[in-house]
Ligand binder design. Structure first.
Ligand SMILES: [Zn+2]
Length: 120
């Protein structure tokens, strides 16, 4: 199951970036954040290391996040994978695909047909 991410069509991740904003993702997660620079940058306290002032930034224009404290960074899919790992200790990307389907109605990048998984 974990090797699936390497077969996922690039269009799946493009769709995540184009259809969902960081604000929507963070709200769904119940995470508090601050907006800066004409609302194109969001800042929050990093959940991957201990800190008192926000050093994790999210760029709405580039679709990426980066923590200036611990160096944690990636795109929207990476963020949800890391978040689920941190909160559930369950290392499996499939949960992230399901998370986007459940919360934003983004179809899973595969379907099951005659007992086989086929990528869309
Ligand atoms: Zn950090």
């Amino acid at each position: 199951m974990s090797s699936r991410k390497y077969k996922t069509p690039h269009s799946y991740f493009t769709r995540l970036n184009e259809e969902i904003t960081w604000s929507q993702i963070l709200r769904k997660c119940g995470i508090k954040f601050k907006k800066k620079r004409m609302n194109t940058e969001l800042w929050m306290i990093c959940m991957f290391h201990t800190e008192k002032t926000p050093s994790m930034s999210f760029s709405e224009t580039r679709g990426l996040y980066h923590c200036f404290g611990c160096g944690e960074s990636g795109d929207k899919f990476n963020f949800i994978v890391r978040l689920l790992d941190t909160t559930t200790f369950y290392k499996d990307n499939v949960r992230a695909y399901r998370w986007f389907k459940k919360n934003f109605n983004i179809p899973l990048p595969w379907e099951k047909s005659n007992g086989k998984y086929i990528y869309r």
